[in-house]
Design a protein. Structure first.
Ligand code: ADP
Ligand code: MG
Length: 241
């Protein structure tokens, strides 16, 4: 991965909630065009790290750079303009808006794209995620797995350079999970850098180029999926020995 340019560089980042060191001195580098994963037990700080990258939680210390430019003081509404999009661990769709509107709203965050172009992008994403049949439905009418797919659609409609996915397949069946894996690999084919939190270890092994393992706010291992899964500390803290 070394010949690829770094897209995201995180240096010694810490996030505290009261006395809880949710992220405790994490450093990592993500290179362009690869799929990165984070594994770790519940409460190990994975979502908080995504919150830090999205600028939704303040850093106690550390620096973060995107394409070589510091962004750790940026307000959250500036982050989509930098080409970073994300999905959340829990579904966050507007229940009084159709699927199509929810996806289009993803675009409000980035602005300055002509309306025609936005409509084309929405159509493209609806097709790509096989959501055309439900485009006029409301989120509450849909299965949880489909709602999650709408969330991913809402994130990628902005054509980000870096996509953060926080447990995108939670609540999905095997078939739906495989579809997310396929989508990720196809987005990788277009050069999109992806960073995913996921508990489905097999899916991580199948899709990720590189994995980070966290425990109690700290990185305990990183490397190829095979190496990280085999790591003694990862097995003890996460995989059950
Ligand atoms: P993970 O995503 O790995 O399950 P989180 O990042 O959600 O872990 O949580 C890391 C730690 O930070 C946990 O101890 C959690 O209880 C705490 N935490 C997360 N978000 C908040 C918050 N908004 N306020 C207080 N504590 C939080
Ligand atoms: Mg989480």
């Amino acid at each position: 991965q070394d010949e690829r340019a770094p897209i995201l560089e995180i240096h010694d980042v810490a996030v505290h909630f009261g006395g809880v060191k949710a992220v405790d001195g994490v450093s990592m580098t993500l290179h362009e065009g690869l799929i990165y994963g984070i594994i770790g037990a519940n409460g190990s700080g994975k979502s908080t790290l995504f919150g830090a990258i999205s600028r939704l939680v303040p850093l106690v210390s550390g620096t973060m750079m995107l394409d070589g430019t510091r962004f750790d003081r940026n307000p959250p509404h500036r982050v989509p303009h930098l080409g970073v999009a994300r999905s959340f661990q829990t579904v966050r769709l507007l229940d009084d808006r159709t699927v199509r509107d929810n996806i289009r709203l993803g675009h409000d965050a980035v602005g300055s794209v002509p309306r025609r172009e936005i409509e084309q992008r929405v159509e493209h994403v609806l097709t790509r995620l096989a959501l055309h049949d439900v485009a006029r439905r409301y989120p509450s009418e849909l299965s949880y797995g489909i709602q999650r797919r709408v969330e991913i659609a809402r994130a990628i409609v902005t054509r980000p350079r870096l996509l953060l996915l926080d447990e995108p397949t939670a609540g999905m069946n095997r078939h739906e999970r495989d579809e997310v894996s396929e989508l990720m690999l196809s987005l990788k084919g277009e050069g999109l850098t992806q960073f995913i939190v996921e508990h489905d270890v097999q899916m991580m092994v199948d899709t990720c180029d590189y994995i980070f393992a966290m425990n109690t706010g700290q990185l305990i291992a990183e490397g190829s999926p095979a190496d990280v899964i085999a790591d003694k500390r990862v097995r003890e803290s996460y995989l059950g020995g």
